[in-house]
Design a protein around this ligand. Structure first.
Ligand code: HEC
Length: 144
């Protein structure tokens, strides 16, 4: 064996050995379960309860959220025109109005009715909201 052959063999050991060694040692990084199978996956499942438990926990979190909390999320698309706390901007101030007033006004826009000079801006907004969204948003605005 000359020096050239030896260095070739050494290279081959590294080139094929390193990835193999890395695969054996795939302890999963938290929050990242990709490339995690076999023992690694079993450990992840034991610690988190697996995919089903995670989905169930997320569903429970959503079910236990109050209407105002859900409304705050649905209100995200309104901030640009009505302000983060409903203080107004391009659109009128919403803070200080009762939930009933907000529901009533949004339902009018949803039906395509004209309330002010710029109602057209609100028609498409309101049409994207379910009745449930409108109730939740109104509950959120009432807290502002
Ligand atoms: C592109 C800007 C814009 C966005 C986005 C927008 N609005 Fe409006 N909003 C307006 C304007 C302008 C008016 C006044 C319309 C009119 O003249 O009738 C208005 C009116 C309203 C009114 C009636 C207020 C009053 O006291 O007369 C409510 C309630 C309302 N918007 C809620 C929302 C909600 C909830 C969202 C998010 C889902 C939203 N708006 C998104 C611009 C916007």
């Amino acid at each position: 064996m000359n020096a050239h052959t030896i260095s070739l063999v050494l290279f081959a050991c590294f080139a094929f050995g390193l990835p193999l060694w890395a695969m054996q040692n795939n302890s999963y990084p938290p929050g990242n379960v990709h490339n995690c199978s076999g023992e690694c996956y079993e450990r992840w499942k034991q610690e988190t309860g697996g995919v089903l438990a995670i989905v169930a926990a997320q569903a429970e979190e959503k079910a236990s959220a109050t209407p105002a909390q859900l409304g705050e999320k649905a209100y995200a698309g309104c901030i640009a025109c009505h302000g983060a706390a409903g203080e107004g901007g391009i659109g009128p101030q919403l803070a200080g109005q009762s939930a009933a007033e907000i529901v009533d006004k949004l339902m009018q826009y949803k039906r395509g009715e004209t309330r002010g000079a710029q109602s057209a801006l609100m028609w498409s907004q309101a049409q994207q909201l379910s009745d449930m969204d409108i109730d939740n948003i109104a509950a959120f605005i009432e807290t502002r």
